[in-house]
Design a protein around this ligand. Sequence first.
Ligand code: THU
Length: 130
Amino acid sequence: MNYIKFINMAYDATKFSYAPYSKFKVGAVVVTEDEKLYTGCNVENSSYGATVCAERTAALKAISEGYTKFKAIVIVSESKKFTYPCGICRQFLSEFMSDDAEIILHCYDNDENQMKIYKFSELLPEAFKL
Ligand code: THU
């Protein structure tokens, strides 16, 4: 997989982040099994609970176009630290990602490239399933 391309796309997606409340801009890229790419950013709301994270924005774009199997998701933000997916996003993504699908995190710590790759099951073991 072309990690550098995906990471750059995720940073580009942060430009569209609508985050007037937290000012925390997040970008994500979903990589479908046949390598279709869908970007997303976080979209906040003055009723805070209505906020949609970048991961779910990207996932919803893919799903609503018929792509329901993801082999990876990239998550970045403007923070110098890694941005881990929240609990709601982990559960949401568990419908569409297998245990060995990749969660790719990137940040620039003191201008140094930092990347971590997790298997989905490492970040959400024993996901709830009906
Ligand atoms: N956020 C994401 O978009 N993804 C994450 O993985 C963590 C949190 C957003 C939601 C909200 O707009 C802002 O970051 C602060 O919580």
